[in-house]
Design a protein around this ligand. Structure first.
Ligand SMILES: [Zn+2]
Length: 332
């Protein structure tokens, strides 16, 4: 956990995950909870929140109402990030990948007896950031996690994981939020409904991204990127404006924004428009970006500026004639 200081006494799932949560509680009560869970779904919908709530529930000595109690010694330790039976794996430092050494430590951790004699829990988030050797090292553990050990893999791109890993996990795909649920949740963070709506629109209906925009005030910049992208798609502006806006972002983040924009455009097309060569070229661009992301996850370190410029030149070539972009202007 990057910032244990932000962890509340009790970790609850997101409001829209209630159904999934009650099923998990039921499985736990009936001792049928899978020992390797793969939590999937779109980014920024609270998968990590669910993973944390489940991990802390599993570690708690005396759960209350289906949640961790927040009072027992185990809950105190899991809140401070120092619970001996709890491991939270994510890329360390500036690295974008979870490395084999981190998985080896987990394998060793699983071999030990639980300090509290209850359960051991490992969360890997995001699981697709494991490099191939790390994923392979995890396989053995997934085959035989041990009776009191639970692995929770959080992942928004399951296909970024080797099939051998996927096949050993039980998939769990919590429902995403309705717009009303997102807004109710955001109101408590943003203060006003108008601000919640503005940020939710800006974040493409992803509530946790909207909350992040509120917190780090990157909203205005993202809005600029959106406008520049719409200009590019509609043939009204060149790629230079977008290059300037995205240049300060790290490549994966810049590509993420670009991919989100292209996907938003494609989502608005009808079947006939999707069958055109232009739309196919747009899908190929998305594939290319996924390939670059995979290479970065695998440890490659391409020249950021060159990659971004080349991508934007292709976006302009493929989409910049206003053909598909005409569609976007007719949409709200
Ligand atoms: Zn507790």
């Amino acid at each position: 956990m990057t910032n244990p200081a932000n962890i509340a006494e009790v970790s609850a799932p997101m409001p829209w995950q209630a159904q999934t949560w009650s099923r998990l509680n039921q499985q736990l009560a009936q001792e049928q909870l899978a020992h390797a869970l793969l939590l999937t779904g779109p980014r920024y919908t609270g998968k990590t929140t669910l993973a944390l709530a489940l991990a802390r529930l599993l570690l708690c000595a005396a759960p209350v109402g289906g949640l961790n109690c927040g009072k027992c010694h185990s809950c105190e330790l899991s809140a401070s990030g120092s619970h001996g039976d709890f491991r939270w794996l994510e890329p360390e430092g500036t690295s974008k990948v979870i490395k084999i050494d981190q998985i080896r430590q987990v394998v060793e951790f699983i071999g030990r007896t639980a300090s509290f004699g209850l359960r051991k829990v490992i969360v890997i988030a995001p699981a697709e950031s494991m490099n191939i050797s790390a994923a392979n090292a995890l396989l053995k553990v997934l085959e035989e996690p041990g009776a009191n050990t639970y692995l929770i893999l959080v992942c928004h791109r399951p296909h970024g994981l080797p099939a051998t890993v996927r096949s050993r996990c039980q998939f769990l795909r919590p429902a995403g939020p309705s717009r009303a649920q997102s807004l109710d949740w955001l109101d408590r963070i943003c203060g006003t409904r108008a601000e919640s709506e503005r940020l939710l629109n800006l974040a493409g209906e992803l509530p946790l991204l909207a909350a992040q925009l509120h917190e780090d005030r990157t909203g205005e910049r993202l809005q600029l990127a959106r406008l520049a992208m719409q200009g590019l798609f509609s043939g009204e502006s060149r790629g230079a404006a977008l290059t300037a806006i995205l240049a300060d972002e790290e490549l994966p983040r810049a590509m993420g924004q670009l991919a989100d924009g292209i996907q938003a455009l494609l989502r608005r097309l009808d079947r006939a428009a999707l069958a055109t060569a232009q739309a196919r070229a747009a899908f190929e661009l998305l594939d290319e970006m996924r390939g670059i992301q995979r290479a970065i996850n695998g440890g490659s370190n391409p020249n950021q500026q060159l990659v971004l410029e080349s991508l934007l030149a292709k976006v302009q070539r493929v989409l910049g004639d206003g053909g598909l972009g005409d569609n976007i202007r007719t949409c709200p």
